[in-house]
Design a protein around this ligand. Structure first.
Ligand SMILES: [Zn+2]
Length: 510
């Protein structure tokens, strides 16, 4: 007997079998029973949440010869043919595979003909957002005047990419992520039927990792069975998933909180030796911190999804960790994950992020009143124009000179000696220019908080002193915050522009 993937074997055949989307199944069944089906449906939602399965069930229901209370019978000729994918009036188009131009053209030519085998022609267009503009236009023509015997079911993970003209002609259903308990229960049914023994921890780990997608969960279970046979414990599951267990993540967090650098590095080293992916380690850390956060702020809401064996440790950790720290850790790691895209040294990015977090410690990083004030009104040293600027103005790239970069490492080292906190905030800044005793520090837009803190007069003065000592001349420090596009919001005044070019010479602007 040939092997069939579990998710195919256990694909839902009726609306009742679709998990976690009752709001959609009920509406569709009612529409079928009362003969009020629309001509076009749009099924939106994350991958593996039942969009294509529901589309097929709907295709069967409108063609079934023996409808059972709005459900397809799965016994009649039509149902069987559709299940076998040999029914001529149900057409599946995968827009992702070739962007659908030929299929949509053919659709447009043939859509007028009456169904040849069943009651209704059904076009299921998967990943419809991938269609080309040309294909969308062709589709739109048929959607504008759909023949009575045609039903369109468009499915997409990305509804924002679908033209409004198409959206407005569809009845839209949003498929939800399926909750972990529901996924777990479904997996439990499957292993029972397959005669596989699996530990609760292992099952929970798969369900949690699937993050709302049933198909992914079943595929992982399939891999675990292939890998570990019919008795499955947690460790092979972790190997298949490539995840770091919550227990290990908890240890890493302990090291970070204790500012135990050697422990942190050695744990990371171990994870990598075990073949874990850095991105996955980051995600597992973020996920774990999120669980701690939930445990701290909403312990009674039953939102926490931690394995039982980690609960005690987690509760202990939560007692001593401020919400602010957990939030900071999540943000910093999420930031680091983004940075991975631009780096081929992922481990260093993760290490640097953790070191950053460790340098700041677990205490709230600022004394609130001072910073709130500075966030509300710019300090004197900040450029006045930055608040007045109307439009974001791209500025020429200021390349920091090699000399300045060398000096900068030294500046940072000296600042760390004077204030570890200021050093940590300053770590997000780039020295952008150093001319005529004026040092410009730029912060990426997401570091507004860092920018505000560094912009406090005391801090700017301290940096200026350090720079001044190194260069042997007084230095003025200016902090700038980039906007999202990486530009500086302010425009320089004409005088500043001229000074930039000619330095500190007497000028007269006419
Ligand atoms: Zn049937």
């Amino acid at each position: 007997m040939s092997y069939r993937a579990l998710y195919r074997v256990f694909r839902p055949q009726t609306f009742a079998e679709v998990r976690g989307q009752d709001h959609i199944s009920t509406t569709l069944k009612n529409a079928i029973l009362t003969d009020r089906l629309a001509h076009a449906y749009l099924f939106c939602g994350p991958r593996g949440t039942g969009k294509t399965s529901s589309a097929k069930i709907l295709a069967k229901a409108v063609n079934c010869l023996n409808l059972q209370n709005g459900e397809p019978c799965n016994q009649c000729e039509s149902c069987k043919a559709i299940n076998a994918e040999s029914f001529m009036d149900v057409m599946e188009i995968d827009a992702a595979s070739n962007r659908g131009i030929d299929e949509i053209r053919e659709l447009r030519d043939k859509v007028r003909f009456a169904p040849s085998q069943g009651k209704r022609k059904v076009y299921i267009i998967d990943e419809v957002h991938m269609l080309t503009n040309e294909a969308f236009n062709a589709l739109l023509k048929t959607l504008e005047e759909p023949p009575a015997h045609v039903l369109f079911i468009l499915a997409t993970t990305d509804p924002q990419k679908i033209p409004l003209t198409v959206l407005s002609r569809c009845q839209r259903f949003d498929f939800r992520k399926i909750n972990t308990v529901e996924i777990r229960n479904h997996l439990a049914d499957i292993v029972k039927e397959e005669g596989v023994a699996i530990s609760d921890e292992a099952l929970n780990a798969i369900a949690r990792k699937a993050a709302g997608g049933m198909r992914d969960a079943i595929s992982v279970l399939d891999q675990c069975i292939a890998f570990a046979g019919e008795h499955i414990e947690l460790s092979p599951v972790e190997l298949v998933l490539g995840t770091v267990s919550e227990e290990s993540t908890a240890l890493l967090l302990d090291a970070v909180v204790a500012q135990d650098y050697s422990k942190m590095f050695s744990l990371l080293h171990d994870f990598v030796q075990q073949g874990k992916d850095i991105k996955q380690i980051m995600r597992d850390c973020v996920q774990y911190c999120r669980q701690l956060l939930l445990l701290k702020v909403a312990p009674r809401e039953q939102l926490v999804e931690l394995p039982q064996n980690c609960m005690e440790h987690a509760q202990e950790q939560v007692k001593n960790l401020p919400v602010e720290f957990l939030g900071r850790m999540i943000n910093r790691l999420a930031e680091a994950e983004k940075d991975l895209r631009y780096s081929n040294q992922p481990q260093i990015i993760l290490e640097a992020a953790l070191v950053d977090i460790m340098l700041q410690g677990t205490e709230p990083v600022v004394s609130q009143p001072a910073v709130q004030q500075s966030a509300a009104k710019p300090s004197g040293a900040q450029r006045k124009t930055s608040q007045e600027a109307q439009a974001a103005q791209p500025v020429r790239k200021l390349i920091a000179s090699e000399e300045l970069l060398q000096q900068w490492t030294e500046v940072m080292a000296q600042i760390r000696g004077k204030s570890v906190k200021l050093h940590a905030f300053l770590a997000e800044a780039k020295p952008a220019a150093f001319q005529n005793g004026e040092l410009i520090l730029r912060f990426p837009h997401q570091y507004k908080f860092h920018y505000n803190t560094v912009s406090q007069e005391d801090n700017l003065r301290l940096i200026g002193q350090v720079v001044g000592q190194l260069t042997g001349a007084p230095a003025k420090v200016i902090a700038e915050l980039e906007n999202e596009a990486g530009h500086i919001k302010q425009e320089l005044t004409l005088e500043q522009e001229v000074r930039k070019m000619f330095g500190d010479v007497p000028i007269e602007i006419l």
